[in-house]
Design a protein around this ligand. Structure first.
Ligand code: MP5
Length: 548
């Protein structure tokens, strides 16, 4: 019996298309069908958008959370031979093999498959897919690709249930989460993760030290390599796609945090620091790192080398502790890559805007351009309850500079466990940051979405404007708040400026004036000016005229 056979667990998940969209598939080959969110426009055109939501938004799919999602990849996995004993995407990429996963990704990203293979081969991109998570749809994380976002979910000892967490996963991917992390630290960690994995259309990440700590009743000093190793194997077997490993928190770095304003803010980092101090020994994650590589390679699990010493405040940004750890993460990156294990690097935290670029520069230099995966960063500390915004400001910038994946921050950050609404707010906010970075980086096709929306806006195709937006439901409801009637959905104004002051309507009037006279807009403006100048000359070139 698996966790999913437990009928006392009754998750209820959101299904059905996002309003105004429908799921379509582009068939690359009979067994590679890439999903899109298609928005049909009222002018007969359509726009296909990158779609992370899995079968849940497909009207024709049958969803049964007790059976889990369909197996997409087992056929591909079974059909390939190991390369020198390794089965990772990195091993295949280095050997010049283009896997079906790479083809799928190439279509999703509007790039060619050989380009995808090369980026994986040089370690500048990762494809986080455990062989035991065949339900996940292939995606890639790397600076040459669309900027991705992660949504953290998971329970704590004081809040939430399996049902809530499964729905948060479905809900987060519905709005655009490219991966999710199950950071559960409360009850039934193993079962919660099983429910999430079997039902997740996106890669799932975890922090195994959390479950290892639970196994030793919450006492960091009681942890050991053996307990940790067995936990990692358990999670690899379940299908976890990437794991945060805080192997850069070395014994000698812990004193560097003594004078910080906020000390060590990473949960995993503080657990490992406590272990190192209690035993006065080097971290077992560091001393057993090669063994860990051998385990992850068997499953093709990707390392997300954790920043256990990330700054937790503006005051602590870019300090010695943070960069000492980053250097060690670089050393570990090269060890893992040599063993054909994929690696990404986690980054801060809290960083003021003028200190962001240095983070990317040093990460790229020391970690061989391994994909950077940052938590925001928050550009200021002064706005609890708005930290989705303080962090999206930093996230947009760091994404533009080359960060490959942005870990969302919700409005509840620093205050409590996010609920379903917070998850949506966090995801939408981070899609804005990620897409803004895509535009600035000039990712092929990224601007098509903006252009389609802007055209709809200019032409007063209100329904198209709503449907093309990241969050159609909220856009429509805001418009309905003042102009709910049907005719308002084609009207040439909204309640912000009213009918006489709509700049877009006035621009259209100018263009119509020109068109009616067979002139270009410029000619019309020139003709209008000549007419006015003639009037001016006719009144004697006087600036002030007597009032009559
Ligand atoms: C964690 C996190 C948990 N919050 N975000 C990412 C991207 N990975 C991991 O981290 P920690 O360091 O144990 O607080």
């Amino acid at each position: 019996m698996t966790a999913l056979d437990d009928r006392s667990v009754k998750p209820s998940v959101t299904t059905g298309p996002i309003s105004g969209s429908r799921k379509v598939y582009r068939e690359v080959s009979p067994d590679i069908r890439v999903p899109y969110r298609r928005v049909e426009l009222t002018n007969g055109e359509h726009v296909d958008l990158y779609d992370t939501s899995g079968p849940y938004t497909d009207e024709n799919a049958t969803i049964d959370v007790h059976s889990g999602l369909p197996d997409l990849r087992s056929g591909w996995i079974a059909a390939r031979e190991p390369i020198n004993g390794a089965v990772s995407q990195l091993a295949y990429a280095k050997a010049g093999v283009i896997t079906p996963e790479m083809r799928y990704i190439a279509t999703r990203e509007n790039l060619d498959a050989e380009f995808v293979r090369n980026e994986v081969a040089i370690g500048r991109a990762v494809i986080p897919l455990n062989r035991k998570h065949p339900e996940a749809e292939p995606m890639i994380i790397g600076k040459k690709f669309l900027v991705k976002i992660n949504a953290n979910i998971g329970n704590s000892a004081v809040s939430s249930s399996i049902e809530d967490e499964v729905e948060k996963m479905v809900w987060a991917t519905r709005w655009g989460a490219d991966t999710i992390m199950d950071l559960s630290t409360g009850k039934r960690i193993h079962e919660t993760r099983e429910w999430i994995l079997r039902n997740s259309p996106v890669p799932v990440g975890t922090v195994p030290i959390y479950q290892a700590l639970e196994k030793v009743n919450g006492d960091p000093a009681a942890l050991s390599w053996e307990v940790y190793r067995d936990t990692v194997i358990e999670q690899c077997e379940q299908g976890v796609d990437y794991m945060t490993v805080h192997a850069g928190v070395l014994l000698r770095y812990v004193p560097l945090t003594a004078k910080r304003v906020t000390g060590i803010v990473s949960r995993g980092g503080s657990i490992m620091a406590a272990w190192c101090l209690a035993h006065h020994k080097e971290s077992f994650l560091y001393t057993h790192f090669e063994e860990l590589c051998d385990i992850l390679r068997t499953y093709d699990v990707t390392f997300s080398l954790g920043d256990g010493l990330r700054p937790g405040s503006i005051a602590d940004a870019n300090d010695e502790a943070q960069f000492a750890e980053l250097r060690t993460l670089g050393e570990l990156t090269h060890i893992a890559r040599a063993k054909d294990v994929q690696v990404m690097i986690e980054g801060p935290g809290h960083v003021p805007m003028h200190k962001i670029a240095e983070n990317v520069r040093l990460e790229e230099e020391w970690c061989g351009e391994a994909p950077f995966y940052t938590l925001g960063p928050l550009a200021t500390d002064i706005a609890p309850a708005y930290d989705h915004i303080t962090s999206a400001i930093g996230a947009a910038q760091i994404g533009w500079l080359g960060t490959a994946m942005l870990c969302y921050v919700t409005p509840k950050e620093h205050l409590g466990l996010p609920n379903r609404d917070d998850v949506k707010t966090g995801v939408i906010t981070y899609k804005i940051a990620a897409h803004s970075a895509d535009l600035a980086k000039g990712h092929p096709g990224a601007q098509d979405w903006d252009d389609a929306l802007s055209k709809a806006r200019f032409e007063f195709r209100w329904e198209d404007q709503f449907n093309l937006s990241l969050d159609p439901d909220t856009a429509r409801s805001f418009h309905d708040e003042t102009l709910p009637a049907e005719p308002a959905k084609t009207a040439h104004f909204c309640s912000m400026c009213g009918p006489k002051f709509c700049s877009m309507k006035i621009t259209q009037d100018v263009r119509r004036y020109a068109e009616e006279r067979g002139l270009s807009t410029v000619e019309a403006i020139e003709a209008g000016m000549a007419e006015k100048s003639g009037e001016f000359a006719g009144t004697g070139n006087k600036v002030y005229l007597p009032v009559v």
